[in-house]
Design a protein around this ligand. Structure first.
Ligand code: ZN
Ligand code: ZN
Length: 247
């Protein structure tokens, strides 16, 4: 710690926590400095998206004319491959919730390159069924939405949508099969309709594959009056990559 400068309460808290609960790299699990978000080696391996993706559907190979896209834009930071794939699995199963912190700077940059952040009214998350949330203890999309909300300084409310049933886990489905499978899976939480009707919503999730889940959530939000729905995910994959993802 730099003793020349008076440390902030936050940094003291982190420093003390580090003694008892060492900070770990969310990708490889190696102990890292309390001021770091991941180890150097892993950072160098992050497959940041450098190719142009369609700003509306969020896909590298645009699907806007193949299906009705209800959301207005979608941005992702990395490809769902290599170290990020491992990191997201740890994030979902092993409580490596500090994964999102690695991308704090990129979240702001990517979003402000695509949308007018000032116009966002609320940041929300793709919901998890309550039984899954109970067994896992948290919804990873909710953690992402809370970090995004802090980064862009807009309110978060992860209760706008409700998932009606559990995950259809690890099924490799085509885009059309996914579209069918997500129909009726989500509804709005009527208690929060005031934060949906007429509002511009930023919807967060960990991964986008075909966009069927985000699209169905956006459809429900728009049916209930949302003016604009923008999407944000950490990673993006495509059906052609052969990777499996739960919908
Ligand atoms: Zn690492
Ligand atoms: Zn497109």
């Amino acid at each position: 710690m730099n003793l020349q400068r008076k440390p902030s309460f936050d940094s003291v808290k982190k420093y003390v926590l580090d003694i008892f609960f060492p900070n770990r790299c969310p990708f490889c699990g190696k102990v890292i400095k309390w001021s770091d978000t991941c180890c150097r080696k892993c950072f160098d391996e992050i497959p940041f998206i450098v190719t142009e993706h369609c700003k509306k559907c969020g896909q590298e190979i645009c699907i806007c004319n193949k299906t009705n896209i209800y959301y207005d834009s979608c941005v992702s930071i990395t490809d769902y491959s290599g170290i990020v794939r491992e990191g997201i699995i740890n994030f979902k199963l092993d409580k490596a919730v500090n994964l999102v912190d690695v991308f704090k700077d990129d979240i702001y940059k990517k979003l402000s390159d695509t949308i007018d952040i000032n116009k966002i009214d609320v940041v929300t998350a793709v919901p998890m069924h309550r039984s899954t949330k109970r067994s896992r203890g948290y919804n990873q999309a909710d953690i992402i939405s809370k970090t995004v909300s802090k980064v862009i300084n807009k309110p978060a409310n992860s209760r706008l949508l409700i998932k009606q049933s559990g995950d259809i886990a690890q099924h490799k489905l085509t885009r059309l099969e996914r579209e069918k499978a997500v129909k009726g899976l989500f509804s709005v939480n009527k208690k929060h309709i005031g934060e949906i009707d007429g509002k511009t919503i930023l919807l967060c999730d960990d991964i986008i594959t075909t966009g069927s889940t985000l699209n169905e959530c956006a459809r429900i939000l728009k049916d209930n009056g949302a003016r604009y729905v923008h999407c944000f995910t950490i990673a993006s994959t495509s059906m052609g990559s052969g990777k499996k993802e739960s919908i």
